[in-house]
Write a protein that binds this ligand. Sequence first.
Ligand code: CA
Length: 227
Amino acid sequence: MLSMTGDILIVEDEPAIADAIAYALKTEGFLPHRVTTGAEALAHVRSGASRLVILDVGLPDLSGFEVCRRLRAFSDVPVLFLTARSEEVDRVLGLEIGGDDYVAKPFSPRELVARVRVILRRLERPEAASPKLFEHDAAGRRVRFRGQALDLTRYEYLLLRTLLEQPERIFTRAQLMEQVWSGAEESSDRTVDTHVKTLRAKLRALDPESDPIQTHRGVGYSLSVRG
Ligand code: CA
């Protein structure tokens, strides 16, 4: 979830750099929170306290890339990478990492804070103008897609709900069968594929441009919630 409040998480094991960033953020009215390892970073993001993560690529435990990859399994929080080498920049810009921007070392803390501001403005302001991709009303068992209500059958809803609960996670057909069709009388190998197909058609009817359900050949499906 994107948050208008919360801290800016600094994941950096070099104290001098972390100090400089924290100081610059504080001066500009942000609330910095510092950790030095990938594991601490993941735990902190999981708690939902951060509105943005400044992530060094070179950390003592996990690489920043690995931290970002794991984080993307459960969070959309924007990630600004700190890179030390140009080959790292190439990877950050690669879509598979899921980073939002990068700053190359050495950098000026003021420039870094300016980047933070740009990312937050870009991500937090357009919410009113462009509706979220999915809005899930769990109590009412309803889902809206691009601001419009989806008319789903029971199993389409359960399937979508399962995918929505863990965006970007790849579910195998067997896992989806177990979560969605447990206890169902009639199901077959084709059940999952058939329902994905009808669900996709309903999403496409509301927005022909987006195809948020991804097929992973020979594996299963995942859902992207990033518009
Ligand atoms: Ca480092």
